[in-house]
Design a protein around this ligand. Structure first.
Ligand SMILES: [Zn+2]
Length: 636
């Protein structure tokens, strides 16, 4: 998916706080401890839900606030930065915190939210993971995969005759066959990457319908690969007797008439570039001279929704899917932090507007939607430690300001959505998928395997499969390591059954022994063999032969071919760490019909409890693969 780190990727896919928490692994609970702390998991053979006999009284809307770390959100509420959230919890209930799954990563966690099932059932054990039968070094992206032995609650609700909707929710897009809600809006689809352009301009006379220019207008053009040309005309619109070009007209044709965008420096404009799919891009004009125009071209995206009539209506009413905060552009210096926030604002508001419209137009009994601001801000602006890239006290204050800007955007999105929902009639859940912790150091796990002779690369740093015994696929603070087992892996595998436990133990020892060269502290909080993963609800063939989670501070990286294992991370926040760590805790708030306001917090809940709670409230039996249980408050 798209340009959002959380959705795509590799380097990143996704808040903090005390340095002390990051550096005191001894204070962290052991795996068995962390699991025993959370409520007992219901098994499929137990009666999971007491089904009310009446038809649903109240629609339910669940809004997932990606990366909403519980303590940070509570601080923001307390300090007046989230007024709409505050009003919401004042009229409803809030849990002390919500615990994610392991690993707490966006694709895995959202599939567990929607299904109420652990990765052992969803088969989505990370944002990135390997599937046996694929090329040994190939990985799948969890955002694009359907679940194995679990189903989203909207599917079960629909089977029970309810009208369902999912909007921008992970695991709910028209391409997730068998997982589509009655009304489904996927995340937008990217048709071209963002880029930074310097466009040469020169005198010309090919444009039509131009306003007055006080010096001869200048023309230029560029082509977006696989999309087409964009034409530029530069004008001097100040009648001051000087040559000072100050205005750019952008269009997909050489015409100054609609839909041409007339822009000054530092202004954003939008163009639909592929009329048939209604794909478009935003442009930011950064420099105008008589020789060139420097601009940032955001990714080209189009909406992805079903049914078709709804997609057409979204295109017409709201325009193309906006690119969202572009961390790649920020890290490459193409845009500023302020521009990143502007992109975040644009996309969040688009999603809130579309979701509100969807709710009031189609009247679903159940709607799930997704919002990004806390996550993208957490990844990029969680600067709170001297060990972090470019740290200074001043920059940390500035970055904290950007984080608060993102909170303001989130609050505005919530206000937009709540204005469409009558809380006398509907019940609203505000949830998160995971928290966020600060990072300072990148750890290249494949370099560790390569140095141990377990991974062999060619001159292009591609994996030589028949000379490699193990390969690591990381996502945030978590890694699955797969062993090239004979008889299981494609092309035969090179590790025999007899050698397997030796290699597995060697990898476990390598990770357990890995120390931060600066502090001597262990990098990994826990390192588990595949047969220990049931305790985490992670026992699925898609999980690695070894699974490990780092201590906060360390982000794991799949990049291969480095001759170094450690480097400073060039961004600031991550997740994927032990879900019992407070930094990984997220939010659960509820208000609306049927909810009696309660001032004191509810006991902790789990993100796998929402689906069975929704089924209970809407009056149907959930899928038998549900691992969560009804939140006790709602059974009163
Ligand atoms: Zn997330």
């Amino acid at each position: 998916m798209p340009g959002v780190r959380t959705w795509t990727s590799i380097g990143l896919a996704t808040i903090l706080l005390t340095l002390q928490a990051c550096q005191s692994p001894a204070s962290l609970p052991s795996p068995s401890h962390s699991v025993s702390e959370i409520p007992e998991t219901a098994t499929a053979t137990q009666p999971i839900v007491e089904t009310p006999t009446q038809a649903p009284q109240h629609p339910i809307v669940l809004i997932s606030w990606d990366g909403s770390r519980a303590d940070i959100i509570y601080d923001l509420i307390e300090n007046g930065h989230l007024p709409t959230f505050k009003t919401f919890i004042d009229q409803g209930v809030h849990a002390e915190f919500a615990q994610s799954i392991d690993p707490p990563l966006t694709a895995a966690a959202h599939n567990s939210i929607s299904s109420g099932s652990l990765p052992s059932h969803t088969g989505i054990p990370s944002n990135n993971y390997h599937v046996t039968g694929d090329d040994f070094s190939w990985y799948r992206v969890g955002f694009n995969e359907t679940m194995d032995d679990a189903e989203p609650i909207w599917v079960t609700a629909s089977k029970n005759g309810l009208t369902t909707a999912s909007a921008f929710f992970v695991g709910g897009s028209p391409s997730h066959k068998g997982q589509v809600a009655d009304y489904t809006i996927g995340f937008g689809i990217q048709d071209a990457y963002s880029t930074h352009r310097s466009v040469d301009i020169s005198p010309g006379d090919t444009w039509m319908d131009l306003p007055t220019s006080y010096n001869d207008h200048l023309e230029g053009q560029f082509t977006i690969q696989n999309i087409g040309p964009v034409y530029i005309c530069v004008l001097d619109m100040t009648d001051d007797g000087k040559v000072n070009y100050d205005t750019v007209i952008l269009n997909s044709q050489r015409s100054g008439s609609d839909p041409a965008q007339t822009l000054n420096k530092d202004q954003w404009g939008s163009l639909v570039l592929l009329p048939r799919s209604f794909a478009g891009a935003d442009f930011l004009i950064q420099e105008i001279s008589s020789e060139k125009v420097v601009l940032f071209q955001a990714g080209v995206n189009h909406n992805n929704a079903t049914p078709t009539d709804m997609q057409t209506a979204i295109n017409q009413k709201f325009g193309f899917f906006p690119a969202g905060p572009d961390y790649y552009a920020l890290e490459h210096g193409w845009i500023t932090e302020r521009d990143y926030i502007t992109m975040l604002d644009h996309q969040a508001q688009f999603m809130a507007d579309v979701t509100s419209w969807m709710y009031t137009t189609y009247h679903p009994d159940l709607l799930l939607t997704w919002q990004d601001p806390f996550d993208s801000a957490g990844h990029q602006f969680l600067m709170r430690s001297e060990r972090q890239f470019n740290y200074s006290e001043g920059t940390a204050v500035e970055y904290d300001g950007f984080y608060k800007d993102a909170a303001r955007i989130a609050d505005q999105s919530l206000e937009t959505m709540l204005s469409a929902i009558d809380l006398e009639k509907a019940t609203v859940f505000l949830v998160g998928d995971h928290g966020m912790t600060l990072i300072h150091t990148s750890v290249y796990v494949n370099t560790i395997l390569e140095n141990a002779g377990l991974l062999t690369l060619d001159s292009q740093n591609s994996v030589i499969i028949n000379k490699s015994k193990a390969f690591a696929i990381t996502s945030g603070g978590a890694v699955h390591i797969y062993i090239n087992l004979a008889g299981r892996e494609k092309e035969g595998g090179i590790v025999s059954d007899d050698e397997y436990p030796i290699i597995q133990n060697q990898i476990i020892d390598l990770l357990k022994d890995l120390q931060d060269p600066e502090t001597g502290q262990p990098v990994f909080e826990r390192v588990l063999s595949h047969n220990e993963l049931a305790a985490l609800g992670l026992d699925h063939p898609n999980s690695g032969d070894v699974f490990a989670q780092a201590n906060p501070g360390y982000v794991l990286d799949s990049w291969r071919g480095n001759d170094f294992t450690f480097a400073q991370s060039n961004y600031y926040g991550q997740h994927g760490y032990d879900s019992s760590i407070p930094d990984m805790h997220t939010i659960f708030f509820a208000a609306g019909a049927g909810i009696v306001p309660t001032e004191s917090p509810l006991p902790p809940v789990r993100i796998i409890d929402y689906a069975p709670t929704i089924a209970y409230l809407l009056g149907f039996q959930p899928a038998g693969t549900i691992d969560g249980s009804i939140i006790p408050f709602f059974k009163q």
